[in-house]
Unconditional design. Structure first.
Ligand SMILES: Cc1ncc(COP(=O)(O)O)c(C=O)c1O
Length: 442
């Protein structure tokens, strides 16, 4: 695990935010998502404080990483805005009291209803993603008699992966307007011809789980070049430059362990490159916007499970099955994501075997972690999987009609529910048996 003050071992047990993990499992049941509030707040502060050393900035929390009402209260208290990608995320943010003018609305295929909801509520910006959306949004704004701030999402042709990045002339992506093909320029021209859309600036998001600073800086250079072109061709300055999220976190021994303060290196690199470009290219300095998700909540999360069946296939593999699985964490099933784990009730026991942690779903690919080192696990042990705060709860499902586990927020030894557990009654709440299928009482 990536040990820190709020994730440590005490009396042989794992302790998160001052709470004993075994006691949390006993009180709330398992599976259980546990979120460390101090970690989340610390990350928000690192991003804000490091950017505040430079010019105007804005930090948005990328809701898709972990979305529920409580997280918006925390990020708003820490001075962040939010990006949302659906009517559901927008509704959650607004119902948690997030100010509409701190919200950016993304998506490669927003519905008309979602655009109406965004405009009616007065979000700060809609991030445009395709040409016909420009006319559609202008029409929505006209019918509601509103002006709407927009960013044009640019695909800068920088494709980044965890440990390397490549530059491609024609990246194949469903997101954004391709810069090299001239589509981004066409989009800007189209926005400037509308009646109700106000061009605020540009947006790019080059990928996720990226450790290298270079691809971010490269994308920034491409966008400032484009800002210069926009100025020359259309006589317009971009007020905002949004470089998305994507900063990498620690999941397993394959990843770098970055202390919270280390994330300031990304933001400083971006802010310095921007200031240099602005000077060189004689641009008006835009507000620098970032929208990290995973790095704010990912390492804050630990999921607790109870070990059930343990099965060894001699010479092949040992499976340790737990009471969760792809319904609370689909990331292994989706893209073979790596995780690390520990026995939260026996933290000082030596890891003596290599096992695969299997979920309880009827799906062979339902694994949580493959080939992890653990002490000899037994039925009833509390198993902790680390770095599950991002893209776990938000990607959870009711597959096999398993209930989505509750989420607790821990801080200074107290634990509060952020999301209540689902009951079996919740699982059938929206089911309807048509009249013709009703059981006839005889
Ligand atoms: C447009 C946009 N912004 C921000 C993010 C957040 O990325 P991350 O959680 O890796 O920081 C994503 C993730 O997919 C994204 O698509």
């Amino acid at each position: 695990m990536n040990q820190r003050e709020t994730l440590c071992v005490k009396d042989d047990h794992l302790v998160i935010g001052g709470c004993d993990a075994v006691s949390l499992a006993a009180e709330f049941g398992t599976p259980l998502y546990v979120m460390d509030e101090a970690f989340i707040r610390g990350m928000c502060r690192i991003y804000r404080e490091s950017l505040a050393e430079y010019g105007p900035y804005r930090v948005l929390y990328a809701s898709k990483a972990f979305c529920c009402k409580g997280i918006y209260r925390i990020v708003e208290e820490e001075g962040l805005g939010a990006d949302v990608v659906s009517g559901g995320e927008l509704y959650t943010a607004l119902s948690a009291g997030m100010p509409a003018d701190s919200i950016y609305f993304h998506g490669n295929n927003k519905t008309v209803e979602e655009l109406e909801m965004a405009v009616e509520n007065g979000v700060h910006a809609v991030v445009l993603d395709c040409l016909d959306e420009i006319g559609l949004l202008d029409h929505v704004a006209d019918s509601l008699d509103k002006e709407v701030g927009v960013l044009v999402r640019v695909n800068p042709g920088v494709e980044a992966h965890t440990h390397h990045y490549i530059q491609t002339a024609k990246p194949d992506s469903k997101f954004g307007f391709n810069l090299a093909a001239g589509l981004a320029e066409e989009a800007v021209g189209a926005v400037l011809k509308t009646q109700h859309l106000r061009l605020l600036g540009l947006h790019a998001h080059i990928g996720s789980q990226i450790f290298d600073k270079k691809p971010f800086v490269l994308a920034l250079h491409k966008l400032t070049d484009f800002m210069k072109e926009i100025r020359e061709k259309f006589g317009v300055d971009c007020e905002e430059l949004n470089l998305g999220g994507g900063f990498g976190i620690w999941y397993s021994e394959e990843d770098r362990k970055i202390p919270a303060s280390g994330y300031a290196e990304y933001t400083r690199a971006l802010a310095e490159a921007l200031d240099e470009d602005v000077r060189e290219k004689k641009l008006k300095r835009p507000v620098l916007v970032i929208e990290p998700g995973r790095s704010i909540v990912g390492e804050a999360g630990v999921t607790l499970y109870t070990v059930g069946a343990v099965k060894e296939i001699p010479g092949i593999r040992k499976y340790v099955s737990v009471d969760g699985g792809m319904f609370d964490n689909p990331r292994f099933a989706l893209y073979q994501a790596k995780y690390s784990a520990a026995l939260a009730n026996r933290m000082n026991d030596k890891a003596e075997e290599t096992v695969t942690i299997a979920g309880k779903c009827c799906e062979s690919g339902d694994m949580l972690a493959v080939d992890v080192r653990l002490p000899k696990a037994e039925r009833g042990d509390t198993l902790a999987v680390f770095s599950t705060g991002a893209y776990n709860y938000s990607m959870a499902s009711n597959y096999n009609r398993n209930a989505v586990p509750p989420v607790v927020l821990v801080c200074d030894g107290r634990a509060d529910l952020l999301v209540k557990p689902q009951s079996y009654e919740d699982l059938v709440r929206n089911d309807v048996i048509p009249a013709r299928l009703q059981k006839v009482k005889r």
